[in-house]
Design a protein around this ligand. Structure first.
Ligand SMILES: [Mg+2]
Length: 103
């Protein structure tokens, strides 16, 4: 596994973005929702049934990593569209949760 800095990942994401037929922020938001659904599908298959039941499938960690990466791609794209870096997102989230007394 590579360790990747925020700035390097953001540059990578920007270089990998395809041209869209709609406003980019719409494309990134729709993509984020779609990829979140793919994550939910993996979790659903692994959690809604119990081992031994027909249809039970253990959560596929490798697939989950890939789909979470897709979520991260669209999350990063959407943030950058508004000039928001991944550092700012993480920092804001930490501050928010700390403010709730969770940490
Ligand atoms: Mg995907």
């Amino acid at each position: 596994m590579r360790r990747i800095s925020s700035i390097h990942y953001e540059q990578f994401v920007q270089s990998a973005q395809a041209e869209m037929s709609v406003a980019p922020e719409i494309a990134w938001a729709v993509g984020l929702a779609g990829e979140t659904g793919e994550v939910m599908e993996i979790i659903k298959k692994g959690c809604l049934r119990v081992p031994g039941d027909v249809g039970y499938v253990e959560v596929d960690r490798a697939k989950l990593v890939l789909e979470l990466g897709d979520v991260m791609f669209y999350l990063t794209s959407l943030g950058l569209e508004y000039g928001i870096t991944t550092d700012e997102i993480r920092s804001g989230n930490m501050t928010k949760l700390e403010g709730r007394g969770r940490v």
